[in-house]
Design a protein around this ligand. Structure first.
Ligand SMILES: C[S@@+](CC[C@H](N)C(=O)[O-])C[C@H]1O[C@@H](n2cnc3c(N)ncnc32)[C@H](O)[C@@H]1O
Length: 474
């Protein structure tokens, strides 16, 4: 169960009930909560004996839930496409932390000193935001290796790009780079700075395109590009397209590199549970009632996208992938005979949106080479296979919770990537070959690791992000 701080937070959130709400149903977790969606009620649901005080919120349990199927059958079904057009609940976005000046790792004593300095810069960054935008007790803050290890992280990636370009299509084609989800634009600037300084011939042939879903981040990227004389020098090489990758419609026949750093964890997933006896998958749905309470239920009819995911995964892996129930039929049977045994398995969260991203690559970027990095596992994830971390920040403290059914717009839902399955699916869809390695191994190969070493010999570039992997097209 969630902690008292979560109870306090929920009470605060529910004290302010948004206007014009209506009950709705939608596919479980099919809305990326980093671009949060909403849907609330005009019609209060049947009062279930609660007092009308400042908040009706109370902690949910799975013990003997009420049967409200008849009431629920009347609710309208809302798809992802319809949710995208809504502006309430808040479509607030997380802020990406920037440490300001790059860290001087060589002058630091050890990792502990780096941690302390990082903490100090975090506080300074939030103080500045509070000063500029007013206090925001539920502000979400992300940090990424691009920002923490700038410019070294970007330089490592630039070395990879230049070497591979020189070994393959140089001088017949330009060095064409696409970056999906560029955050503050830091990676783009670090890569271009490096190529300009290290290889002017290649720099003359470089073009950099950003595809960014968030309009505020796209604006920040342009602002950073034009902020100094040095960065303005790159301006004629850069195009920023403010669009979701899923709305991309331009065919790019030329060879190009496609970067996706820390974006897969944003992509929404479908929630699935299995009938433990028959192994049949059931599609998860979420119903939001007139009080804004969430209910999860499972139906036999699979969403066509989820059904395709299962077919592609099966073909790509030869049926060899993890399952959220025992593979031995006897164990499965026995598990249903335990007292209070559930008839369905634990939840599995399948990366349907990631599969659609590979469709976009295959359709519009036939000659691409992908370079992507993301978390391969996440501590404090909720229960289930490939399950996300669901967290919010309250008064500058990270608060993880135990369910994905949370107040829209206030929580960050962050999925791990199973790189073995992802690699197999990518190969099946694009017909290309890949290599997967740890973040540390990639950095040992392409970064000048002495730049990020502390005096004790500890190296935060290698010791942080141990739970991240890198996948490249070969
Ligand atoms: C965690 S941030 C990572 C930012 C940056 N790559 C970094 O590592 O610092 C995720 C980025 O992906 C963007 N994003 C999420 N979904 C996207 C989509 N469907 N199309 C394009 N960009 C997307 C977000 O707006 C954000 O810029």
């Amino acid at each position: 169960m969630d902690s008292p701080i979560v109870a306090h937070l929920f009470r605060q959130l529910f004290r302010h009930r948004p206007r014009g709400c209506q009950g709705l149903r939608n596919g479980l977790a099919r809305s990326s909560h980093r671009q949060p969606t909403r849907g609330l009620a005009t019609r209060p649901s049947i009062d279930r004996g609660m007092k009308t005080n400042e908040s009706r919120w109370q902690q949910r349990t799975h013990i003997l839930p009420e049967d409200r199927r008849e009431e629920f059958a009347e609710y309208p079904y809302i798809s992802l496409q319809e949710l995208k057009t809504r502006t309430e609940r808040p479509r607030r976005e997380a802020v990406i932390f920037s440490p300001g000046e790059p860290f001087d790792f060589n002058s630091m004593r050890d990792e502990l000193e780096f941690q302390a300095e990082l903490g100090r810069r975090y506080t300074e960054f939030e103080d500045l935001l509070d000063e500029r935008d007013g206090e925001s007790p539920t502000r979400q803050l992300w940090h990424t290796p691009t920002e923490l290890f700038r410019p070294h992280y970007g330089e490592a990636i630039a070395r990879y790009l230049v070497s591979n370009y020189r070994l393959t299509t140089y001088p017949y084609d330009d060095l064409l780079i696409f970056e999906m989800g560029a955050g503050r634009g830091t990676l783009m600037l670090n890569i271009l700075d490096y190529i300009r300084a290290a290889d002017p011939q290649v720099y003359a042939r470089t073009k950099f395109n950003i595809i960014e879903i968030s309009s505020s981040l796209a604006a920040l990227q342009s602002q950073h590009l034009l902020s100094t004389a040095e960065s303005r020098g790159h301006a004629d090489k850069v195009e920023i397209v403010n669009r979701s990758i899923f709305d991309w419609d331009r065919y790019v026949p030329s060879p190009c590199f496609f970067l996706a750093m820390e974006v897969f964890d944003n992509f929404s997933h479908d929630g699935i549970r299995y009938d433990v006896l028959t192994e049949e998958p059931l599609q998860g749905h979420v119903l939001i009632d007139g009080d804004g309470d969430f209910y999860e239920f499972y139906v036999h009819e699979l969403d066509p996208l989820a059904a395709r995911f299962f077919r592609v995964r099966h073909a790509a892996t030869g049926g060899n992938y993890p399952k959220p129930y025992p593979s031995n039929p006897l164990l499965r049977y026995l598990s249903t005979k335990m007292p209070f045994a559930a008839n369905l398995s634990e939840a599995e969260f399948i990366p349907t949106r990631l599969m659609q991203f590979f469709d976009v690559l295959e359709k519009y970027f036939p000659a691409h080479r992908l370079l992507t990095s993301d978390f391969d596992s996440l501590p404090q994830a909720i229960k289930g296979l490939n399950a996300p971390v669901v967290q919010t920040r309250f008064q500058r403290k990270m608060v993880p919770v135990t369910t994905p059914l949370v107040h829209q717009g206030y929580f960050d839902i962050l999925f791990p990537t199973d790189f073995h399955i992802t690699e197999a699916i990518y190969r099946a869809i694009t017909g290309k070959l890949t290599r997967v390695m740890s973040h540390g191994d990639f950095m040992r190969r392409w970064a000048y690791v002495e730049d990020t070493e502390t005096r004790s010999g500890e190296n935060p570039l290698l010791s942080h992000y141990r739970n991240a992997s890198v996948m490249v097209t070969v």
